[in-house]
Design a binder for this molecule. Structure first.
Ligand SMILES: [Zn+2]
Length: 63
């Protein structure tokens, strides 16, 4: 188990408003997790996590 990952500050830039999303409330961030931008409120789904770089896509809530 690699517990050191829990102490790395993950980084994600919101696709909508281009602000940094506050990921501090998501301690166990993982792929396919749905998160919310704290700036514009858009819903994002994590598509990839590579080291501290988080990639996400916009979730279309109108589906
Ligand atoms: Zn945003």
């Amino acid at each position: 188990m690699d517990v050191t990952l829990n102490y790395i500050r993950m980084q994600l830039t919101c696709l909508e408003c281009k602000n940094d999303v506050d990921l501090s409330s998501y301690s166990d961030l993982e792929k396919d997790q749905v998160i919310e931008c704290n700036t514009c409120g858009i819903t994002l789904m994590v598509t990839n996590i590579e080291n501290t770089m988080v990639t996400a896509e916009v979730v279309d809530e109108g589906k």
